[in-house]
Design a binder for this molecule. Structure first.
Ligand SMILES: [Zn+2]
Ligand SMILES: [Zn+2]
Length: 887
């Protein structure tokens, strides 16, 4: 039997048990066709490195679910993986190259990719290590990487199938273009920043020489790409101009003035310049109105040959030059300050350009339809429910999805162009000849697919699709997809679309969305603000269980969490409390071992002492409640209730009362202590896996062989509610006993009675009197009340000495003043307090009479003052009553 250290040292304990669980193979489920499995596919973190608190939350919540289901005897699969994270990874490696004075073009595609792989290997190890520190009980034997052979084959297969069905096409669309990364970006990769810029009013001379049309723009250099000026058809100011033409200054292009109802007459002058090559709204208009499209930028955001004399200039240099030229020609009407939002590349912070570009797209609407149905007909449930509306709303307004990226790192697009006949060959495996003319002169599309394309296939590609593997047959569809609400569209929606498209079945039954972790004051954590809390640091300082407790307790799905040192300290304190309580039980078991079978025999009915019946009844109540909460994904509330039971009912009350009995050594509370400790550790294991396993193993060593029925807590059965423990009588009695002790303790504290001093107390009760009387010793010891009498109300004397009377729900407590305080001193103290409270009431009343204050201060402030006044009045009343009792 190993000695139990005085204090809990998380570091060693965590490593020891994680290694043990791995060695025993507990994380790998066995396929058992008689049982329904519980399956979570882990959202693959980007391979770019350090896990942040969002990952820690994901890992904690998924581990809670997996461990709970595993303990319920279900084959529980949690499949881990990592995402190659196309652009994010490429940018990181490019930055490393830049430090060496290299760039990817100097290196060439093949060597560059080799460099990325080198880096990825190291980074993956670190991600795995961090997940293990977090206690994630995922099945490492099934770990996947998005660029593994299986998932890559799935990607090519899905692409070819969609292409053959006409659901993938190549076309010109406006995309967000990063001039530094030189690739199209998804909306998620664009960060919008509010900036104060200028709105420039430019004069475009009429082609017939008769005056100007004035247009307003924030990007004057884009006038080089204008192919029309548009006005609203209902705008009377411009009726006469529609159909006429203007000449673009400097370059001399002649463009028409058209009418289109999409024009907002209140913007600028009401006449707007139309730049279809560099603006999404203008692009749409150009398709309606069959306008010419002129692109004016090179991929690096310098001006191209369409910019005439400005060709070769950087976009911002060009802007200034254009403004100078307009001004010189008297064509710059005015400049106004203008607040607007400008897109930046999230990877490199460069200002992005909306730009027309030839890209590959997925036709989204036909895929969205079945994905909407899967949610509306209840096959997929979204938790919390309010996000269902958000999902449906987005799906109904879905746009085609640009899936090509001008990057080197990722899944290469499986399309080959024939140099001879110009046709495309789209194939899963690399072809050697053109499928149209048989020419061997074919070149693969240089682009790769958006990272989210492979992520969209993740639930089925990780389980072996395209093949009908054993894993795929048994584990698909999966049970829960747990992720942040911020990627509901980018990821979850696309998994539903692609899962249905590829497999004909939903990818998961439930979508569980967690909130964001913010700092203690509710601010978003960011490197720039310096308020980022690193999970690995938190684990070093507080222990993994404390961190998991801090980020999951009391939280609910979809709501943000404010995390700071206080919550982490609360987690650590709870771990210490648990340790000390368990240590007491374990040491008591060492001193007097219990007989075999003692735990199995326990039922509330046959127990002689009411506190035993009570703690078992409370435990049973907790078990039932936890079961219901867990089934409804209310993990944070379940954890809070287990914490409150363990700390309050078990440690503060049951163990304290049991100590009295142990000292007397008559009817031993040890079987009940061991039984409740075992159950509490089981309940808590999914949340705080390490400390619970450590204590449980210690408990197992101190009980007769086979008492706990399992080798390890991780595979022990989760407690189920049992009616034989329900005991309403014990609940009422013990609630009253606790209320009596608490009220005496409060009175002692309020009247500053020294901690070691015994005070006299009398308790009067009605029908509970005989059972409360049996608890006299507990009340005496825990309230330090002696002599103590528990009497029936009928025995109350009409004339009693001066005493403090506490009226409770089921009893009345009488504390004679004489034995408790120095009467004269207490009177003086009360009088002093009364005068302080009176002054405070007076101040508050004056303040609330002040009309200026009441009308000008915010309502919350006024309400606060009002409730302070009410509280003061209540206190005054009570103090005065006490003073009368004393006089
Ligand atoms: Zn960029
Ligand atoms: Zn060909």
């Amino acid at each position: 039997m190993s000695e139990i250290p005085k204090a809990y040292e998380p570091g060693e304990v965590e490593q020891k048990w994680y290694r043990f669980w791995m060695e025993q193979g507990y994380f790998t489920p066995k396929i058992d066709r008689k049982k329904t499995p519980f399956v979570i596919i882990m959202p693959p973190p980007n391979v770019t490195g350090e896990l942040h608190l969002g990952h820690a939350l994901t890992a904690a919540l998924e581990d809670i679910m997996i461990r709970w289901h595993r303990m319920r005897g279900e084959p529980a699969l949690w499949l881990p993986g990592v995402d190659h994270a196309g652009i994010a990874t490429q940018v990181v490696v490019e930055q490393k190259l830049a430090a060496e004075g290299l760039d990817r073009h100097k290196l060439g595609r093949e060597q560059f990719i080799e460099r990325v792989w080198e880096w990825v290997k190291k980074s993956r190890q670190s991600i795995t290590y961090q997940h293990q520190r977090l206690g994630a009980s995922c099945d490492w034997t099934r770990e996947r990487f998005t660029l593994d052979e299986g998932p890559s084959l799935a990607v090519r297969t899905a692409f070819v199938r969609l292409y053959n069905k006409g659901l993938i096409y190549r076309g010109e669309r406006i995309v967000n273009w990063c001039p530094r990364c030189q690739t199209a970006l998804s909306d998620l990769e664009v960060q919008h920043k509010d900036v104060t810029g200028n709105l420039y009013y430019l004069r475009y001379p009429m082609a017939d020489g008769d005056g100007f049309v004035v247009v307003a723009t924030t990007r004057p250099e884009t006038y080089l790409g204008d192919t029309a000026v548009a006005v609203n058809p209902d705008d009377g100011r411009f009726k006469a101009l529609v159909g006429k033409k203007v000449v673009l200054p400097v370059i001399g292009r002649v463009i028409p003035i058209i009418s289109d109802s999409a024009v907002d007459p209140s913007f600028g002058t009401g006449a707007v310049k139309i730049t279809p090559g560099h603006d999404p709204v203008d692009f749409e208009m150009s398709e309606r109105q069959h306008l010419q499209i002129v692109k004016i930028l090179n991929p690096d955001a310098t001006m191209n040959e369409q910019a005439g004399p400005y060709a070769g200039l950087d976009r911002f240099v060009c802007r200034q030059k254009v403004l100078d030229d307009f001004e010189k020609a008297g064509l710059l009407e005015k400049i106004e300050q203008h607040h607007h939002s400008v897109g930046h590349c999230v990877r490199c912070q460069t200002m992005v350009e909306p730009e027309v570009s030839k890209q590959w797209f997925v036709r989204a609407a036909p895929l969205a339809e079945p994905a909407v149905r899967a949610v509306t007909d209840g096959r997929i449930t979204i938790v919390p429910e309010r996000f269902t509306k958000v999902y449906l709303n987005w799906m109904e307004n879905i746009r085609d999805w640009c899936i090509s990226r001008q990057l080197w790192w990722g899944h290469r697009i499986p399309v080959w162009y024939c140099q001879k006949c110009n046709e495309l060959t789209v194939a899963i495996e690399e072809p050697s000849t053109c499928s149209h003319c048989g020419s061997g002169d074919i070149v693969q599309d240089p682009d790769v697919l958006d990272t989210w394309f492979s992520s969209a296939l993740w639930p089925h590609s990780t389980l072996g699709w395209t093949e009908d593997t054993e894993d795929f047959k048994y584990f698909y569809p999966t049970s829960v997809m747990e992720t942040g609400y911020d990627i509901l569209f980018f990821w979850v929606a696309r998994m539903i679309m692609m899962g249905l498209e590829d497999t004909g079945d939903i990818p998961f039954h439930t979508v569980y969305l967690h909130g964001l972790i913010r700092d203690e004051t509710g601010e978003k954590m960011s490197k720039m603000k310096g308020n980022v809390l690193n999970p690995t640091d938190a684990i070093e300082d507080y222990g993994t269980d404390a961190l998991r407790f801090a980020i999951t307790t009391g939280t609910s799905p979809g709501n943000d969490i404010n995390l700071g040192p206080h919550r982490l300290e609360a987690g650590r304190n709870f771990a210490n409390k648990m340790w000390n309580a368990a240590r007491f039980v374990l040491q008591s078991l060492e001193a007097s071992p219990i007989e075999s079978g003692a735990l199995a025999k326990l039922t509330a009915k046959h127990l002689a002492s009411i506190e035993d019946r009570w703690i078992l009844s409370r435990l049973n109540h907790l078990v039932a409640s936890v079961d219901e909460l867990m089934s409804n994904f209310q993990f944070g509330e379940a954890e809070r209730q287990i914490h409150d039971f363990f700390w309050g009912e078990f440690c503060d009350w049951y163990i304290e009362i049991a100590k009295i009995r142990l000292a007397r050594s008559d009817y031993s509370p040890l079987p009940v202590l061991a039984f409740v400790l075992d159950a509490a550790l089981r309940l808590l294991h999914p949340f705080m896996p390490f400390i619970t396993e450590e204590l449980w193993q210690n408990l197992k060593q101190r009980l007769p062989e086979g008492s706990l029925g399992s080798d390890s807590l991780i595979i022990a059965t989760y407690p189920v509610a049992n009616k034989k423990f329900v005991d309403a009588e014990a609940d009422v009695v013990m609630d009253t006993v606790i209320e009596i002790i608490r009220s005496i303790r409060n009175a002692r504290a309020e009247h500053k009675v020294a901690a070691g001093k015994w005070i006299e107390a009398r308790v009067y009760a009605d029908k509970l009197q005989p059972t409360i009387a049996l608890q006299s010793e507990a009340i005496e010891t825990l309230a330090k009340a002696r002599p103590l009498a528990v009497l029936s109300r009928g025995q109350r004397q009409s004339k009693e000495e001066k005493a403090l009377v506490l009226v409770l729900k089921e009893a009345e407590v009488v504390l004679p003043w004489a034995g408790m305080v120095d009467l004269a001193a207490e009177r003086k103290r009360l009088e002093g307090e009364i005068s302080t409270v009176e002054k405070e009431i007076d101040r508050l009343e004056q303040r609330l009479k002040d009309k200026a204050f009441v009308s000008k201060a915010p309502a919350v402030v006024v309400d606060k003052e009002r409730s302070k006044l009410q509280a003061g009045k209540d206190k005054l009343l009570r103090l005065k009553q006490e003073l009368t009792q004393l006089s």
